[in-house]
Design a binder for this molecule. Structure first.
Ligand code: B3K
Ligand code: ZN
Length: 866
């Protein structure tokens, strides 16, 4: 496998104005006839041979130019390419290919999921279907005809609008779809199957009627309402907030069970992982309800940020992904609690993106090279990319930002562009120079801000000294300073806010002066997490407690509490390592008591404030990760806080329980359930029997999956092993017919850290509920064990590492994308103490020594070993 570089980009030599496809879908094979109207690209540098991309596995049956069949000597086919040296300036190329979708286990290109045909073409799946300039800067108008057995596949879908249909011989039928909007091949999609649907409609701001259809297997028809409501909300929101309307007569979503990621924004025909579209109170948790809302909106928003304006090349992936994640995050913030949404997003960023930034696969938001682009659908491109857009929003303010996005969409409608074009639109509307800001796209790593202060009581002058730096990352030894917004405020000791500002950092070291400050203030820094950085300031415990109580910025209230918890947990981790007794600070207990007793606070916020940072996050913050010490310290604190505040937890549990009525997935009810279940978690953590009974009751009597699953996982993860096993069995019997619920059942067991975990997951991998071809099952079981069960995955004998490596090698032959992704935990080997570090490295080396790794796994393993 070899690398591809951004600096080698060349515009396409040929354009494809029109693409007509005809699919004959059969039980053993699919035949694809493609007619491409090709002409020379006047913007290309020089005339070149026609080069089409097509996977070596597809069978080329016929190739003709303007009706003349080519013979083997007219073209060359090798390494995923088809080269035809002699072609006119403008011509029609026809090619017929034969594929085996039934055998496509990689789930890229055309494949079968539970008896239905579907496609996944981003990033480079179209070349597994036919020969094409499969790159995002070649945009074409597609017409697609599907032909298939009428009984097995009554529903035949593709992009755009249906324009003709009819019956064919042998019980077959056909439908033709036309998509008027030019699009790159990665946005092509088709679906053929026996599907049920819910239908609704939407009237756009300018009065156009759009039919909305969500398709799923018949048994899931009762789980589509939430997605439909979310879709309509997203359509309205994009009109109101970005002035963007939908542009076809139909918008379709199809739910499929076998899918490599969450969902795909194919023009007019989104294909979704069932886990991101199906929702029903009885089978779906609050978190999953919110995920459905977010993903439905995300894919819808792509219609403008991604489809109408697309990426020039895959290095620009964050152009559409970072911007669209920012858009969906703001949408979710408007639909739910803004502060809670921000806390959740920042937690993900700090836990997983910061870890990525500090690991061997670290890359800039706009990577400079890749071996396999699938490996770059990362937290950096998505989440950090969204933070970069958010910083532009903060620096310019909402009005200018909106002007900038309007200009961007107008200027580049129908084009394939770069992140630079996006920033230029923001520059043009604001008159600002964002050249330094562009470093956010080109430099990898998490910047660090060091803040200290000085106060002169006589003059009332307060100074903040801010310095910034960024650690080296692969291929980037030295970093230049970033341009970033540092939102902050100053608080008096009693919590009164003295001022609030957005400081702009551009230099390595800067001083900011504040006049007329009556007494030494407490700074509230990086409010709302205004930049994706790590910030150090020597807060005292007292100052953090004050901010936790009084900060006017909800996010920073939470963050103050987190800083304090992290500090105390780190102290206990060190105590544990030294063999000294651990202890729980009384001041923390008192502060938490105050929060638990204050009935005026928003329950959702209290739940966030009283959640201890996860083991994964504490690991990210550690100099050298000691998994056991972190686990022990966190368990100690959890138990101590549980016991010290037992009556408060019970009171809160009862208060929230009484306040929750019938199930509704709105923000207020979700907040009540999250605080109630957090209280139950602490009650269970006391280890006392009565609370086990309370959990059992909740498990048996609740009318919704959020409460039932919370009770189940708390009991399973507690010391009450027998009851845990009993509830698992009951849950299984109740829900065995619901595949998504069974994924949770697998994940809860996989993340159980009690001894014997590896034996348990090995036996689950042989359970009928597990299916190694289904990515959701793999993520639940393997991802659950390696990502959520840190103590057991990192067992000192290395058994967890061997188990994972065995799986990767097995999966790599079947589904390289998923294999490469599941590999992530091993890539972090350098962060661990010497024994585990060596064991993890051994497994990476074992994989490296294996012949014939896929490009996906090869890239991750080889970069990890550097
Ligand atoms: N654009 C798709 C991701 C495709 C991943 C391909 N390996 C989903 C999304 O971000 O909306
Ligand atoms: Zn996306």
């Amino acid at each position: 496998p070899h690398a591809i570089y951004l600096e080698d980009y060349q515009p396409p030599a040929w354009r494809v104005e029109r693409t007509a496809l005809r699919f004959e879908l059969e039980e053993e094979q699919a035949l694809v006839r493609a007619q491409l109207s090709i002409s020379i690209n006047p913007e290309a540098g020089s005339r070149q041979a026609l080069e089409l991309l097509g996977d070596d596995e597809i069978e080329l049956q016929r190739l003709s130019i303007d009706g003349e069949v080519l013979c083997a000597s007219d073209y060359a086919r090798a390494d995923g390419r088809l080269v035809i040296p002699n072609v006119p300036d403008s011509f029609t190329l026809e090619c017929v290919t034969r594929l085996l979708p039934q055998q496509n286990t990689a789930l890229e290109g055309l494949y079968k999921s539970d008896g239905m045909f579907c496609t996944q073409c981003e990033a480079e799946g179209f070349r597994r279907i036919t020969f094409f300039p499969d790159r995002p800067d070649v945009m074409s108008v597609f017409t697609t005809t599907l032909v298939a057995d009428k009984t097995r596949y009554p529903v035949l879908l593709s992009n755009g609008n249906p324009v003709a249909s009819g019956d064919a011989d042998g019980g077959r039928h056909w439908v033709t779809w036309e998509d008027p909007w030019p699009k790159p091949s990665y946005l092509f999609a088709l679906v053929a199957g026996d599907l049920a649907l819910v239908e609704d409609h939407y009237t756009t701001a300018s009065g156009r009627e759009v039919a909305l259809r969500i398709y799923a297997e018949r048994k899931d028809l009762d789980k589509l309402d939430h997605a439909m409501v979310s879709l309509k909300n997203a359509m309205r929101w994009d009109e109101q907030v970005y002035g963007r309307e939908y542009d076809l007569d139909i918008y379709m979503i199809v739910a499929v069970d076998f899918f490599n990621m969450g969902a795909m924004e194919n023009k007019g025909l989104n294909i979704f992982n069932t886990s991101c579209v199906l929702a029903h109170p009885q089978t779906t948790t609050d978190a999953a309800f919110q995920r459905v809302e977010a993903v439905v909106a995300h894919e819808y928003f792509h219609n403008w940020s991604g489809n109408r304006v697309t990426c020039r090349d895959w290095f620009q992936l964050s152009l559409k992904e970072g911007f669209t994640v920012f858009r969906d995050a703001e949408f979710s913030a408007d639909m739910n609690s803004r502060t809670v949404k921000r806390i959740e997003d920042v937690t993900l960023l700090r836990t997983a993106q910061f870890a990525e930034d500090a690991g061997p696969m670290a890359h800039p938001v706009r990577p400079e090279s890749y071996i396999e682009i699938s490996n770059f659908y990362t937290l950096t491109v998505y989440e950090k990319g969204a933070e970069v857009v958010r910083m532009l929003h903060t620096l310019l303010g909402p009005e200018l930002f909106r002007k900038g996005s309007d200009l961007y969409f107008e200027r580049h409608d129908g084009q394939a562009v770069t992140t630079d074009d996006f920033v230029r639109a923001m520059e043009d509307v604001s008159g600002r120079d964002l050249s330094q800001f562009r470093r956010w796209y080109s430099q990898a790593g998490t910047p660090r801000l060091n803040v200290s202060d000085q106060y002169d009581a006589e003059t009332g002058c307060y100074e903040l000294h801010v310095s910034q730096s960024c650690p080296p990352s692969p291929g980037q030894e030295h970093k230049l300073p970033y341009h970033l917004p540092l939102a902050m405020g100053l608080l008096a000791d009693d919590g009164t806010e003295l001022c609030s500002r957005v400081l702009e950092l551009t230099e390595e070291e800067q001083v900011f002066r504040f006049e007329g400050i009556p007494s030494r203030p407490v700074p509230s820094l990086l409010r709302g997490f205004s930049a994706p950085v790590k910030l150090d300031y020597a807060y005292t415990d007292q100052q953090l407690l004050m901010l936790l109580r009084h900060d006017t910025d909800g996010f920073n209230r939470w963050d103050a509490g987190q800083r304090l918890s992290v500090r105390l947990l780190q102290q206990q981790t060190e105590a544990w390592c030294r063999g000294e007794p651990m202890q729980c600070e009384q001041a923390l207990v008192d502060a938490w008591r105050g929060l638990l007793r204050d009935e005026n606070l928003d329950p959702a916020m209290v739940a966030q404030l009283l959640r201890l940072p996860s083991e994964a996050q504490l690991s990210e913050l550690a100099d050298e990760i000691d998994v056991i010490a972190i686990h022990e310290a966190r368990e100690f604190m959890r138990t101590a806080l549980a016991r010290a505040l037992e009556s408060e937890w019970l009171a809160v549990y009862q208060r929230c329980d009484a306040a929750s009525g019938t199930y509704s997935p709105d923000a207020a009810s979700i907040g009540l359930r999250s605080l109630k279940n957090l209280a139950l978690e602490y009650l269970i953590a006391t280890g006392r029997e009565p609370w086990l009974e309370l959990a059992r009751q909740q498990f048996e009597q609740s009318d919704n999956m959020t409460d039932q699953q919370a009770a189940l996982s708390l009991v399973v993860h507690s010391g009450f092993r027998e009851v845990g096993a009993e509830l698992l069995e009951a849950f299984y019997l109740q829900w065995q017919h619901e595949s998504l619920v069974m994924n949770q059942w697998l994940a809860i067991q996989a993340s159980d850290s009690a001894p014997g975990a590896l034996e348990r997951v090995v036996s689950l991998s042989r359970h009928p509920m597990f299916d190694m071809r289904n990515p959701n099952k793999l993520r639940a079981l393997i991802g659950g064990f390696c990502g959520q069960n840190l103590v057991q995955f990192h067992a000192e004998d290395g058994s967890g590492y061997t188990w994972l490596a065995d799986w990767i090698l097995k999966l790599d032959r079947q589904n390289p994308q998923v294999a490469a992704r599941l590999l992530t935990p091993l890539t972090r080997w350098k962060r661990y103490e010497p024994v585990r570090r060596a064991l993890m490295r051994d497994q990476l080396q074992r994989m490296m020594d294996t012949a014939e790794l896929s490009a996906d796994v090869y890239e991750v393993v080889s970069k990890s070993l550097v």
